[in-house]
Design a protein around this ligand. Sequence first.
Ligand code: ATP
Length: 359
Amino acid sequence: MNNSSAVLILDKVSKSYGNGLAVDEVSLSIRENEFFALLGPSGCGKTTLLRMLAGFETPSGGCIYLDGNDISPLPPNKRPLNLMFQSYALFPNMTVRKNIAYGLEMERLPELEIRRRVDEVLSTAQLGELAERKPDQLSGGQRQRVALARALVKRPRVLLLDEPLGALDKKLREKMQLELKRLQHESGITFIIVTHDQEEALVMSDRMAVLDGGKVCQCGSPTELYENPNSRFVANFIGVSNLLEGVRSGPHSVRVNGQELSVETDAPMVNGQAVAVVVRPERLQVLTEQGGDCANQVSGKIVEVAYHGLDTNLHVQTPLSDKPLIVRVPSSQFEFAHFAIDTTIRLGWQARHARVLTR
Ligand code: ATP
């Protein structure tokens, strides 16, 4: 682990409740100015991990270092970390400006400095024109921006956000994802966000950790995790995957249901070992009769056509697995008549687009 620019280091952090282990020896190094996402299914330990960083839970084991200092013994209000809760309660009787200034007033900062810092944050969060409004005169997205501004104005070393966009509808959520990324970039503050939404993590984060059962399964950039998942769990959790179960039959081949598939892999494996080949839907090509230059080819019958606007997903039943393969085709590039249900088509993919998973 390269810790040179690390702000926050988690060293084998665990949390048990009775006999259950909610967080199991998690080690992570989070860098300066990073937008870091903790991602995983419900109950995987994301919130518990965040609450330990904020100081609301005490780890059962391990250490948490902020700028090289062990912060485990510090209470929440002594940590230069700020946690923004899912339900970001604003003070209803206070204006936006007052809501934002409140934390600094509690710290008894000089009035002039409070005004300067609040003005700066109002401008970054694009709330200038709304400064004198009360929360009930704001939209959901605007309220969410006030909550963020209130957290940012305190200039925490690290801002912790627990499902910050959870309460917003899909469209606003997508807009706020970009907004949040911009705010992080402009403020230069390290953000750690908890989400169960993989798309959100892919869009927003510089790096992310996928958790399952309290453990980190994989940590890396969105592209690394999407293109090179290290396990079936990560391949399934991030994006849509076609997983083909087979056995290794040679240095560059895997036998899947009697058919040899070409793969490129450096993973140490032995012949006969059970593995899965993963191919992303956008890597599958619909081949013409000539077949093209794809090392891997298979015929199948279309069993479902799912139109998503920009793209259409064809579900194709092949002899390679019980589950249909999903092929993503840009909607602009095909005539629907050619891809009706029950039509037989031929699919192909390059060896380099097939990842081999041993876990
Ligand atoms: P979600 O996305 O549903 O919020 P999560 O990944 O944030 O889930 P946590 O809230 O961290 O998950 O919970 C992790 C595990 O720890 C779960 O099995 C949960 O039931 C358990 N847990 C959390 N808090 C407590 C507690 N105070 N007492 C006992 N068990 C707890």
